[in-house]
Design a protein around this ligand. Structure first.
Ligand code: SAH
Length: 261
């Protein structure tokens, strides 16, 4: 590890908290695709560094191909250690990840439960999220080096084991959401002013009267049921114009039947 990263001050007005102080540590990863996939997840979710501990093979080509060109900087700054203990020395908070429960694994948190704590930790020293090898996962001994353990919920205990890089991605995604990085909802439609809607209803009423759809006595009562449909959808000014255009055309057509095909 180079110098520990501080939890970056998001600055006034900024809504997304930094995740750059949260490093991903892969203990004994076996497949280059998972190293590349994890680098990609680190890049996608704005996490800190990728750290390897005793990787089984280093196939740079395959790793880089899976990381894609976007995550190459993550691979370039990646560091490799020969023991998990040594790799974890610089951290303030170390969180292990496991697919399995069990009494010896202690309290298991979900990513969503733990994310806020991870975001606000890491000052002055960073936070490590530790992932185990594909086949065996982290051993009980490895987990003893961790202060907390997180497990991603799955459909059933039999389906608990995720792909390593996908597990990294899910943790990163939950951290992004907790940091406020969810993209804002699409702008809500601007509903038409009441005057515009009422004018459209007047047009509709006179048109439906003209074609005999509404009874002459108390048409407002019958129109109410039609209004209910429109009121549910919060019409825009453009939609009111469209409906008025239809009414206009109906009235014209009634008076000009001979000119229609
Ligand atoms: N076969 C192993 C799982 C190894 S999967 C076992 O049964 O324990 C490789 C790594 O991906 C795990 O060590 C863990 O770091 C991560 N991982 C996989 N599934 C996970 C889950 N449901 N929750 C948290 N991490 C998980």
């Amino acid at each position: 590890m180079s110098s520990p990263k501080k939890n970056a001050d998001p600055g006034p007005g900024a809504r997304v908290l930094s995740r750059r102080h949260i490093d991903i540590v892969l203990n004994c990863p076996q497949k280059p695709e998972n190293i590349g996939g994890s680098a990609r997840a680190v890049h996608n979710m704005g996490l800190g560094s990728l750290i390897l501990v005793r990787p089984r093979t280093i196939n740079e080509e395959l790793t880089a191909a899976t990381a894609t060109v976007h995550a190459l900087p993550v691979l370039e700054s990646m560091k490799t250690f020969s023991s998990l203990r040594e790799a974890l020395l610089p951290y303030e908070l170390v969180v292990g990840t496991t697919a399995r429960g069990g009494s010896r694994r202690g309290d298991l948190y979900s990513p969503r439960q733990l994310a806020p704590e991870l975001l606000f930790a890491g000052n002055p020293r960073p936070v490590a999220l530790v992932f185990g090898p594909e086949r065996m996962g982290l051993s009980t001994e490895d987990l003893r080096l961790c202060q907390k353990t997180v497990r991603i919920p799955t459909d059933s205990p039999e389906a608990s084991s995720l792909n390593l890089a996908q597990a990294v991605l899910i943790l990163g995604y939950e951290l992004l959401l907790a940091a406020g990085g969810e993209s804002p909802p699409p702008p809500s439609v601007r509903a038409a002013a009441q005057e515009t809607v009422l004018n459209m209803y007047d047009d509709l009423e006179s048109t439906l009267l003209k074609i005999g759809f509404l009874p002459q006595d108390n048409p407002g009562h019958w129109l109410m049921n039609i209004k209910k449909i429109f009121n549910r959808s919060r019409l825009t000014a453009g939609e009111c114009d469209l409906l008025r255009g239809i009414c206009r055309q109906i009235r014209w057509a009634v008076n000009n039947m001979d000119r229609l095909d």
